[in-house]
Design a protein around this ligand. Structure first.
Ligand code: ADP
Length: 355
């Protein structure tokens, strides 16, 4: 086969990003290709300080090129790896490059993603209540609902206004709900339209979404990720510069090992795990007895196994579901209630984690 820029690029599209089904070209790691006869030079740029991953990718690139071009004489891979910031957490062994070093608005102090291994565990419920809890603790908070499959946060926050735009019409101004600045995919896509999102489409939309919001000064920006741990979630973690990830699980999900996928996803993109929240932990019956519907303690066990903090447990309360349906999160509607206190404790734990 002829060796030229196009055929080399095509060959690089067969090189998978370690641990993922997507290739290194679609992840934007290939920055330059030089062809000189049967010699090829490729420049790969990582977004996180992870030399081990760099070597792994370089080996895969060399192998991919040799497989594609039997007449290849030299495959030179130049790696560009960013320096770790002093005091920054070191990447976990075997971790992949990710978004932890992405540029972002310096007015946003901390960006935290909330993830879950699958849907229906209460991830969005936790996101809205934690955002309101951090606000109640005196912080300036933004909440980005990036759940492209079913953005439910505007309903849970009782927000029906669309964002306005800045004077130059370049940026969206997030509306304020219960003191929290809110932006949602639900504001931008028609909820009745089934959307089939493909990797590059997600990345492009999210980049616009992230870059074109006028958040102003924020202490915390919470990002509600779509449920699951596939390529869509990975794209998001790579696009948004995250300071930490929180994984929400139910005891049942934890016992099935689903929560591990969430933890692995953050590891792969070098985002520090702030800890696990166990939702729907137990139910207090009217006679005061404790009913552990989905079992209990799986979240704590996983956190211990992994050596990361257990951020707390949120029991099942009718008020939590009602608050979500009414658009007034329980932390706002009944701040002195037991469920609100449970969310406040988790918010305190997250704040402590972030220093
Ligand atoms: P996810 O974002 O993980 O798909 P949601 O936050 O939408 O899940 O929650 C699914 C449903 O469960 C919602 O109706 C929500 O009100 C309810 N729910 C979540 N957590 C609790 C809880 N601790 N107690 C009672 N209902 C809950």
């Amino acid at each position: 086969m002829n060796i030229n820029q196009d055929s080399v690029l095509a060959a690089l599209r067969t090189v998978k990003y370690p641990g993922y089904s997507r290739d290194i070209v679609s992840f934007g790691l290939v920055k330059d290709i030089q062809v000189d006869g049967t010699d090829v030079g490729v420049m790969i740029e990582l977004t996180a300080p992870n030399p081990q991953l760099g070597e792994q990718i370089a080996d895969a690139v060399r192998l991919g090129l040799r497989n594609a071009f039997p007449n290849l004489t030299n495959a030179h891979v130049q790696l560009r790896i960013p320096q770790a910031a002093p005091g920054a957490p070191q990447p976990a062994a075997g971790a992949a490059a990710g978004g932890a070093t992405r540029q972002r608005d310096p007015r946003i102090r901390r960006v935290v993603a909330v993830a879950s291994g699958k849907g229906g565990v209460g991830k969005s419920t936790c996101s809205v209540n934690l955002a309101c809890a951090l606000h109640a603790l005196g912080a300036r908070v933004g909440l980005m609902d990036a759940d492209i499959y079913g953005p439910s946060i505007p309903l849970m926050m009782g927000m029906h206004d669309r964002p306005s735009v800045t004077e130059d019409e370049n940026k969206l101004i997030p509306p304020l709900a219960h003191g929290v600045k809110l932006i949602s995919m639900g504001f931008l896509i028609d909820p009745d339209q089934a959307v089939i999102w493909r990797g590059p489409m997600i990345q492009k939309t999210i980049q616009q979404f992230v870059g074109q919001v006028e958040w102003g000064d924020l202490d915390y920006l919470l990002v509600d990720l779509p449920p699951g741990t596939g390529d869509a979630q990975l794209s998001l973690c790579q696009t948004v510069a995250l300071d930490g990830g929180v994984v929400v699980t139910t005891p049942q999900e934890a016992s099935l090992g689903v929560v591990r996928k969430g933890m692995t996803m953050f590891e792969k993109v070098n985002v520090p795990l702030l800890g696990i929240v166990e939702n729907m932990s137990y139910f207090t019956a009217p006679d005061g007895s404790r009913v552990e519907i989905f079992g209990h303690g799986g979240g704590r066990t996983e956190a211990t196994r992994k050596g990361i903090p257990f951020l707390g447990e949120i029991p099942i309360y009718t008020e939590i579901r009602e608050g979500g349906d009414r658009g007034i999160p329980v932390v706002v509607g009944a701040p002195d209630s037991a469920p609100a206190k449970a969310f406040m404790a988790v918010a305190e734990a997250i704040r402590k984690q972030l220093g």
